[in-house]
Design a protein around this ligand. Structure first.
Ligand SMILES: Cc1cc2nc3c(=O)[nH]c(=O)nc-3n(C[C@H](O)[C@H](O)[C@H](O)COP(=O)(O)OP(=O)(O)OC[C@H]3O[C@@H](n4cnc5c(N)ncnc54)[C@H](O)[C@@H]3O)c2cc1C
Length: 426
């Protein structure tokens, strides 16, 4: 077991890679974990305090993700700068259908939360500093070769190249994963021919802790509550999906005109849009892999699946996958099975598959359904939204998906929840 330089190498220390490292340190402290991160950030050079900025990028965390962060002992700290989502309002511009989900109906204080990515990163790094996880940055994993019972990974850094052997390589290098391509994983790609425009906006009315998902003829948009409501106004995090032409049009406008355009599309539920911050945009593609494992290698986070951001499911799905992987490693360690062996990794893949297939279908069908302007489909979706309001079972199902509670997830605290019975191991 100790013939390798380390046990697990995580390529990529973004939200997925850093969370996995922490979950490994919490659950399997006897294993040696090395994170290799291309960006020059290090746990030793962290700012002492956090100053939220108006232009901070944020993530909608489902209720299920809060439970995971609680298990990791991180929630209390994270919640200091997380805005609760107490209501979700889904509507279709120009049509009568609408539905509203309330946390109180599900006996919970929130359906989810909105947290700044930078804040989540800082909380994770502060915790990692207290563990034995080794952080290599700036450095890149540039190649990987299989070894008996493990892998040999090539690290490129300013100081030169070196090799590191491990029992398993976890690829967490993001949606444009260079390693996934290099290692020959087959990617299914479905371009939506759209971009997501991201910006924070100020509104004259209180967000009242409501997340709005609105489907318009110019593309779906989400407005998430961001920060506490104040008398001076509120901030909401905007994710607006636009086709390429509409995006170019919008970006050419002044900030005042952008607010006005947003007002036309969104309406007045949040009062007047008074300010829009720095706008960034991303091309939208649904990327999935049929196989996320190879002997000694497993893909996680956006490297395994990149979803449409309007449904706010990408990181939440990734988190559940990370916990399933940690549980798989725990069971394998208990049974003295090789961590990177194909049967162990395939068992993980099989357990996570139902969750990711369901989540991908949920996000994709929302976009397909609400992106369609055929009268029959619009009528059907209005009926669907009304049906959600009228049928408690359907609404509960929708709420569970939105809260990240729709998929099966292994409990990292309960020993033996997985039935790993691998046959031959490499
Ligand atoms: C516009 C937008 C809005 C979103 N909103 C939501 C939301 O509301 N809710 C939600 O659940 N999800 C959301 N998502 C998805 C979410 O942002 C991602 O799932 C999340 O960031 C996890 O990313 P990751 O860690 O897998 O990849 P990344 O964040 O891309 O991190 C990859 C890391 O790997 C490093 N790296 C790259 N190559 C190498 C290499 N060869 N060696 C070493 N390091 C390397 C990079 O420097 C980077 O730090 C959104 C995504 C987008 C684009």
């Amino acid at each position: 077991m100790n013939q390798h330089d380390t046990d697990i190498i995580i390529a990529g220390g973004g939200l997925a890679g850093a969370t996995l490292a922490l979950a490994m340190a919490r659950t399997l402290p006897q294993l040696r974990v090395t994170v290799v991160e291309a960006f020059p950030l290090s746990p030793d050079a962290l700012p002492d305090s956090y100053q939220p900025s108006y232009d901070a990028r944020s993530t909608a965390l489902a209720w299920g993700s809060r439970l995971i962060f609680e298990e990791l002992g991180l929630w209390q700290r994270l919640s200091e700068h997380a805005t609760p989502i107490r209501h979700i309002h889904v509507s279709d511009r120009g049509h009568f259908g609408a539905t509203r989900l309330n946390a109180a109906d599900h006996h919970q204080e929130a359906l989810g939360y909105v947290a700044d990515n930078r804040w989540m990163g800082l909380c994770l790094m502060r915790e990692l500093l207290k563990t034995g996880v080794v952080w290599e940055a700036p450095a890149e994993v540039t190649d990987m070769q299989p070894l008996p019972g493990g892998v040999r990974v090539t690290l490129g850094a300013e100081s030169g190249q070196r090799e590191l052997s491990a029992r398993c390589l976890v690829v967490a290098d993001g949606g444009r994963s260079g390693l996934r391509e290099k290692l020959g994983f087959r990617v299914n790609e479905q371009a939506y021919d759209q971009h997501a425009l991201i910006a924070n906006v100020s509104t004259s009315h209180s967000h009242d802790y409501t997340a709005y998902e609105r489907f318009t003829d110019a593309g779906p948009m989400a407005l998430l509550p961001h920060g506490s409501p104040t008398r001076a106004g509120n901030t909401a995090a905007l994710v607006w999906t636009l086709d390429n032409h509409a995006l170019d049009d919008l970006l050419a406008l002044s900030d005042d005109d952008k607010c006005q355009r947003l007002q036309q599309r969104f309406g007045w539920r949040l009062g007047r849009f008074t300010r829009i911050g720095e706008c960034s945009h991303y091309p939208l593609t649904l990327k999935t892999v049929d196989e996320s494992v190879r002997p000694g290698v497993v893909l996680v986070g956006n490297a395994a699946h990149t979803l449409h951001p309007v449904a706010g499911q990408g990181f939440n799905l990734a988190l559940r996958g990370l916990m399933a992987l940690v549980e798989q490693f725990r069971v394998a360690t208990q049974r003295e099975l090789p961590l990177g062996s194909l049967p162990v990794l395939k068992d993980y893949q099989a357990r996570h598959r139902q969750d990711w297939q369901q989540t991908v279908r949920f996000s994709d069908s929302l976009i397909q359904l609400f992106g369609n302007h055929l009268p029959l489909v619009t009528t059907a979706r209005d009926a669907g939204l009304m049906g959600l309001d009228l049928l408690p079972g359907a609404k509960r199902w929708f709420a569970r998906q939105a809260m990240g509670m729709g998929g099966r997830r292994a409990d990292i605290r309960t020993p033996g929840t997985l039935s790993t019975e691998p046959g031959n191991h490499d």
